[in-house]
Design a protein around this ligand. Structure first.
Ligand SMILES: *Cc1c(COP(=O)(O)O)cnc(C)c1O
Length: 353
C-alpha cells in the first residue's frame, strides 16, 4: 500500500529497524532524569540545529503535538491577545483554541489565492503576537519567506509565531525571521505521531520570562528551565525522540531536501496541468505549497478517484474542512520516494487523462 496522506503520513522504511534497535538498546525504559536521556536529548537538539539550520541561540523544546503548541503559545507568550492571519482550517482552529484561553484574540481571513496584504493590514492596537500558518495543510497553500519578512519588519514589537507542522523538515525555513516555529513529526519528518518540536527565539523566551506564567505543566518558562539541562517537564515520548535521532542522523541537510521537494512539487503541478477534469485548487503559483498538493474536481469524480486508487493500493489524502468533498490531497514529503510518485502518476495517467 502506498500512502500519500498528508499526516499521519508515510514513515521512513528504516523506522521498522530503528524501533527494534530502541528496544534492544533498552532505551524504552530509561528514566527521563537519567544521563542517558540527557545525552539523547542533547544529541537530538544538536542534530536538529545542524540538519535544519536552526540558529544556535534559538531554543528547542520537545512537546507532544502542534495542538499543544497552540495552547503553550497562548498561555505563555500573550497577556491578552494575539492576531491570527489564516486562510484555512488549521489556522482557524488555532484561533479557536486560543480564544478559549485568551478571548480577545482576533483574526483576519484571506483568500486561498491571495498573499497576506501586509501593507494594508489594519490591526487596531499593536498586537502582542502575530500567528500565521506557514503551510496550510487543509488547502495546500503556503506563506512565502518575503511575506514573513514583511510582517517582521512592519510589526517590530510583536512576536511572530509560525505553524510549520507540514513544512518543517521538508523545506528550508528562515528561523531568524520569526520567534516561534513548531511542527509535529508525523508530517515532513517521516515519523510516527506523538512528538512535537517547538523552536523559540531568544525574544520569545524573554517574553515568556517576563510574563512568567507558571500555571501549567507545559508553561514555556518551565519548558525553558528543564531544557537548560536537556530535560522535559513530563515523561516525554522517548521512543519518538530516539526515532527522531536516528532519522536526523541519516538525513541530508535541509538545503538538499528543500531543493528536491521544491523541484518535485513543480513537477507535480505541471503534471496536473495535463488533466482537464481535475486541477490544482490553488491557481496562484506564488502561494502554492511545496509539501501538500491539493487537487480539485467534481465531487463525484474525486470520490471515484479515491476509491479507484485504493483498489490499486494507493491512498490519496482526503480533502479537509470546506474542501473535504471536492478535493484530494497529496503529501510531497521527503519520506515518499520518487518511484512511488512514478506509480501514482502512472495510475492517474492511465485512468484519467
Ligand atoms: C497536522 C497539523 C496540525 C495538528 O497537528 P497535531 O500533531 O495533530 O497536533 C496543526 N497544524 C497544521 C498546519 C497541521 O498540518
Amino acid at each position: 500500500m502506498l500512502t500519500f496522506y498528508p499526516g499521519p503520513s508515510k514513515v521512513y522504511p528504516e523506522v521498522k529497524d530503528y524501533m527494534a534497535m530502541a528496544y534492544d538498546e533498552g532505551i524504552l525504559s530509561i528514566p527521563h532524569r537519567s544521563d542517558r536521556f540527557v545525552q539523547l536529548s542533547k544529541n537530538v537538539v544538536a542534530l536538529l540545529r545542524k540538519k535544519l539550520n536552526i540558529p544556535q541561540d534559538y531554543h528547542i523544546y520537545f512537546v507532544s503535538s502542534a495542538t499543544e503548541c497552540w495552547e503553550i503559545i497562548a498561555q505563555s507568550l500573550t497577556r491578552h491577545n494575539s492576531f491570527h492571519l489564516y486562510n484555512g482550517s488549521f489556522g482557524e482552529k488555532w484561533l479557536q483554541y486560543v480564544r478559549k484561553i485568551k478571548p480577545q484574540a482576533k483574526g483576519f481571513k484571506f483568500g486561498v489565492n491571495e498573499e497576506i496584504p501586509v501593507k494594508d493590514l489594519e490591526i487596531e492596537a499593536e498586537p502582542e503576537l502575530i500567528c500565521i500558518t506557514q503551510n496550510e495543510t487543509s488547502n495546500g497553500t503556503q506563506i512565502k519567506e518575503t511575506t514573513i519578512l514583511n510582517l517582521f519588519n512592519r510589526y517590530r514589537d510583536a512576536l511572530i509565531a509560525v505553524d510549520a507542522t507540514s513544512s518543517m523538515a521538508g523545506i528550508s525555513l528562515k528561523y531568524i525571521k520569526a520567534d516561534v516555529w513548531y511542527a509535529s513529526v508525523q508530517k515532513c519528518f517521516g515519523l510516527p505521531a506523538g512528538l512535537g518540536i517547538m523552536v523559540c527565539s531568544p525574544r520569545a523566551v524573554f517574553r515568556a520570562k517576563e510574563i512568567n506564567e507558571r500555571g501549567h505543566y507545559n508553561s514555556m518558562v518551565m519548558l525553558y528551565e528543564k531544557m537548560l539541562n536537556y530535560q522535559t517537564t513530563n515523561t516525554p515520548n522517548v521512543l519518538g525522540i530516539y526515532l527522531l535521532q536516528q532519522v536526523m542522523e541519516q538525513r541530508a541537510p535541509i538545503k538538499t531536501i528543500d531543493h528536491d521537494i521544491v523541484k518535485r512539487s513543480q513537477d507535480l503541478y505541471e503534471f496536473f496541468d495535463l488533466f482537464s477534469s481535475i486541477t490544482p485548487l490553488v491557481t496562484n503559483p506564488e502561494v502554492r505549497s511545496n509539501t501538500v498538493i491539493t487537487i480539485q474536481g467534481p465531487e463525484k469524480l474525486i470520490d471515484e478517484m479515491k476509491r479507484n486508487a485504493l483498489r490499486n493500493e494507493i491512498v490519496l489524502g482526503n480533502g479537509y474542512g470546506p474542501w473535504a468533498k471536492n478535493t484530494f490531497r497529496i503529501a510531497n514529503f521527503p519520506a515518499i520516494s520518487d518511484d512511488e510518485f512514478k506509480i501514482l502518476k502512472h495510475f492517474l495517467l492511465s485512468n484519467y487523462e
